[in-house]
Design a protein around this ligand. Structure first.
Ligand code: NAD
Ligand code: TYD
Length: 358
């Protein structure tokens, strides 16, 4: 039985990944989820797996050396899948320090703990792997046109968030180069799907539209992101753990580029279609809610992944069409309004007030 140490498993992608592992792995797996439960970590995201006897939750900060060492001392970890991070660009612009601490120092702490636990006299215990979950944002920004991020594209991060993720990637690379430490790095484009915290574009727009609140679009609304359904990302990570060549970087995404205004329009149209005729909110879900606001500082114009390498080497490709994925996502949020209320009732209101003066 393989043991996965998943960091940040109470967040959006981590929770989907843990669910994916238990749903799809034919042989039993053990999952240790270590998460500090920051504002974006939520144990409600793990309701479907929490009773599984092979699931263990440890509340700890990845920067806490003793706590992380204790996990490795207590379990024979086969794979580290490192999601835990501060992840929101807007927050990084307001408060960069915590991004450096968690994303850079936390990664270093994890690398050291795994290296110490796996080291033998002449290398590392058989079959171990550390997977760094990174982002396409480390490559910087593309102009409009037929250009894409490849694994060979030089890193050129612009926000404190992407700079901290690029720094973490460089540390991971240095452990592979210096100590022959067994790693992979995945760099994924924007994810969407169930359990995403409503500070990010898609859940924020769904939530605001359903509450009849304005839909704040930064700048001209023509910035482009390459959207990937979160379960496709979970599958990619699992396939890279199983079949990725040690030391390699894999871009994950899939030629699904959309401008922000297109995304918001699709959300409004889909809500109009899905909401029952007698639902009071239906009448309020209109394009009049769209409100252009000041642009994000240093706003990256366009992200677009070339996923050729992961397709050719590992056979992964994005399976979920955007029209299907966004419908599933909106339906999920409609069914989980209590989930949304729980996470938007407290601190979130303060964040929203400070961030959006509309
Ligand atoms: P998220 O913000 O939803 O979740 C982050 C999780 O990490 C939370 O559960 C939080 O409690 C935990 N965490 C934060 N600081 C911690 C610390 N110091 N110690 C332990 N746990 C801590 O983020 P997400 O969207 O699920 O992103 C997961 C990973 O995927 C991140 O590394 C992110 O950079 C990467 N990524 C995200 C996207 C995306 O579109 N969301 C795209 C590409 C890559
Ligand atoms: P976001 O979901 O924060 O992801 P990232 O910045 O990591 O790509 O934002 C996606 C795009 O949506 C980005 O171009 C910024 C834009 N955006 C808005 O226009 N309004 C908003 O309220 C938010 C949160 C994002």
């Amino acid at each position: 039985m393989k043991t996965y140490l998943v960091t940040g498993g109470a967040g959006f992608i981590g929770a989907n990944f843990i669910e994916y592992l238990f749903e799809t792995k034919k042989e039993a797996v053990k999952v240790i989820n270590v998460d500090a439960l920051t504002y974006s970590g939520n144990l409600e995201n793990l309701k479907r797996v929490e009773d599984n006897p092979n699931y263990i939750f440890v509340k700890a900060d990845i920067c806490d050396k003793a706590a992380i060492e204790q996990i490795f001392a207590g379990h024979d970890v086969d794979y580290v899948v490192h999601f835990a991070a501060e992840t929101h660009v807007d927050r990084s612009i307001r408060n960069p320090e915590v991004f450096a601490k968690t994303n850079v120092m936390g990664t270093l702490n994890l690398l050291n703990a795994a290296k110490n636990a796996w080291e033998t006299e002449d290398g590392y215990k058989e079959g171990k792997k550390y997977l760094q979950v990174s982002t396409d944002e480390v490559y910087g920004s593309l102009e409009e046109g037929n250009t894409f991020f490849y694994e060979t594209t030089p890193l050129d991060p612009h926000s404190p968030y992407s700079a901290s993720k690029a720094s973490a990637d460089m540390l991971v690379k240095s452990y592979a180069d210096t100590y022959q430490f067994p790693v992979n790095i995945t760099r994924c484009s924007n994810n969407y799907g169930p359990y995403q915290f409503p500070e990010k574009l898609i859940p924020l727009m769904i939530n605001n539209a359903l509450s009849g609140k304005k839909l704040p679009i930064y700048g001209d609304g023509l910035n482009v992101r390459d959207w990937l359904y979160v379960k496709d990302h979970a599958k990619a990570i699992s396939m890279v753990i199983d079949n990725g060549k040690l030391g390699e970087v894999y871009n994950v995404g899939g030629h699904n580029e959309k401008t922000n205004i297109e995304i918001v329009t699709i959300i409004l149209d889909t809500l109009q279609e899905i909401l029952p005729a007698d639902d009071a909110r239906r009448a309020g879900v209109t394009k009049e809610l769209i409100t252009y606001v000041a642009d994000r500082k240093g706003h990256d114009r366009r992200y677009a992944i070339a996923p050729d390498k992961i397709k050719e080497d590992i056979g992964w490709y994005p399976e979920t069409k955007f029209e299907d994925g966004i419908r599933l996502t909106i339906q999920w949020y409609l069914k989980h309004q209590q989930w949304m209320e729980n996470i938007t009732s407290g601190q979130y209101q303060e964040y929203y007030k400070e961030m959006y003066s509309i």
